[in-house]
Design a protein around this ligand. Structure first.
Ligand SMILES: Cc1ncc(COP(=O)(O)O)c(C=O)c1O
Length: 402
């Protein structure tokens, strides 16, 4: 019997594990770990305590707030720390809707948002709010004119993802923000995948609210933030001791926040060089796959995409099979976002850009990061054509590919 794994035995020996799923989560940078450690033991105070332990923790919190705000051109007092971007995004949609419902009941989103926006919007619909889901083009871009046309007098908020976690397409955020500003509507962007990877300036880009998450940028899990422009009316969803200026009650996760801030400091210094290096590797991978694998198609925009994102769909191959075969060779990849890849449903993002369900099922996402090496990309380019060829041979579609 033909054994898939055996045919790669020789290659497998030459490599250790290769992580190409940085969009799902990133390892914590050792410099971040070092910055966090003292806050687990000696500097463990509660930021609400009046004694010196508490004040030491409070000082670390405020210094961290400054570092995080710095990476997006905001003021420190416009940053609310949360436990995840899922929480930040829930807070935006529900908090804006309920704080401003005397003004209207309409919210605009795109069809390619992360499930935490999509599901929050669905929940708000059940509470009587009206949601407009815009269309996107074949690259996954929102047309700013569609935003303009969809805004009406009842509109409270427009929420458009900055760069999609699945296909990496970057949205014309500055133009959309300008329209919202002119129309007097709040503008939120989910910048989880872009923050720390490409420059963001909330003032230049006309952003009123922005979500970012530490574990997508070499910081620890369980910590994120929401930028809220001064003057924006938002209702908290967690009530309690009044931490984070009353917007997010809960004992503050000081070690996590210190780590997030350190990750932002590193990103500010290294983003330019890192993004140039990743873009080169990304382009090499895209070019190599499209050249060497027949029936391979790039998902997302060819140039307006995150420096680390690669996403294809392959004719007559199933995404999950590719991920499993790559994993057997020590390569960690994904079919879509980490949250939805376990569902076995075609990705809502790929359907929104016009793929048919069977095409969407043939997708593969490879996301690069700080420690991706050229030899790892070369290795993927070497084994992927062989994997696709063999999967096609056993494909129920029975199409023969040379
Ligand atoms: C675009 C986007 N938004 C939100 C989230 C949720 O982030 P968190 O894991 O911090 O809840 C993710 C995570 O994959 C994401 O990629």
């Amino acid at each position: 019997m033909f054994s898939f794994q055996n045919s790669f035995k020789g290659l497998r020996k030459t490599t250790t594990k290769i992580y190409l799923d940085y969009a799902a989560t990133t390892p914590v940078d050792p410099r971040v770990v070092k910055a966090m450690l003292p806050y687990f033991t000696g500097k463990f105070g509660n930021t609400m305590s009046l004694h010196s332990f508490g004040q030491e923790a409070k000082q670390a919190l405020e210094e961290s707030r400054e570092q995080v705000s710095n990476l997006m051109g905001a003021k420190p007092n416009e940053i609310i720390f949360t436990s995840s971007a899922t929480e930040s995004n829930n807070l935006v949609l529900k908090g804006i809707a309920f704080a401003n419902r005397n003004k209207g009941n309409h919210i605009i989103i795109s069809p390619i948002e992360h499930p935490c926006i999509m599901e929050s919007a669905k929940w708000l619909e059940k509470q009587g709010f009206e949601i407009t889901r815009l269309n996107v083009d074949k690259y996954g871009q929102v047309n700013p004119n569609d935003v303009k046309e969809a805004i009406k007098k009842e509109t409270l908020l427009v929420s458009i993802i900055h760069a999609t976690n699945e296909i990496g397409t970057i949205q014309p955020i500055e133009k959309i923000g300008k329209i919202c500003k002119e129309k007097g509507v709040y503008f939120h962007t989910d910048a989880v995948q872009s923050f720390g990877k490409i420059p963001i300036d909330v003032n230049k880009m006309n952003i009123d609210l922005l979500s970012a998450s530490s574990h997508k940028m070499y910081g620890p899990k369980g910590v994120a933030c929401l930028y809220v422009r001064k003057g924006v009316k938002i209702e908290p969803i967690l009530h309690g001791g009044g931490q984070e200026s009353g917007f997010r009650s809960s004992t503050v996760n000081v070690p996590g926040i210190v780590g997030f801030a350190k990750a932002c400091e590193i990103a500010k210094k290294e983003m330019g060089k890192e993004s140039r290096c990743l873009t080169r590797l990304r382009n090499k991978l895209i070019k190599g796959v499209l050249k060497n694998i027949k029936g391979a198609h790039l998902n997302g925009h060819p140039t307006k995409r995150l420096p680390n994102n690669v996403n294809f769909w392959f004719e007559f191959v199933e995404g999950e099979s590719m991920v499993i075969q790559l994993d057997l060779l020590g390569i960690a990849a994904s079919t879509g976002s980490a949250c939805s890849s376990a569902k076995l449903e075609p990705s809502h993002v790929l359907l929104a850009i016009g793929l048919r369900p069977e095409q969407a099922h043939g997708s593969l996402r490879l996301t690069l990061g700080r420690w991706t090496k050229e030899r790892e990309i070369n290795y993927v380019l070497k084994v992927l054509p062989e994997i696709i060829k063999k999967l096609r041979r056993i494909s129920p579609f029975k199409r023969t590919w040379k």
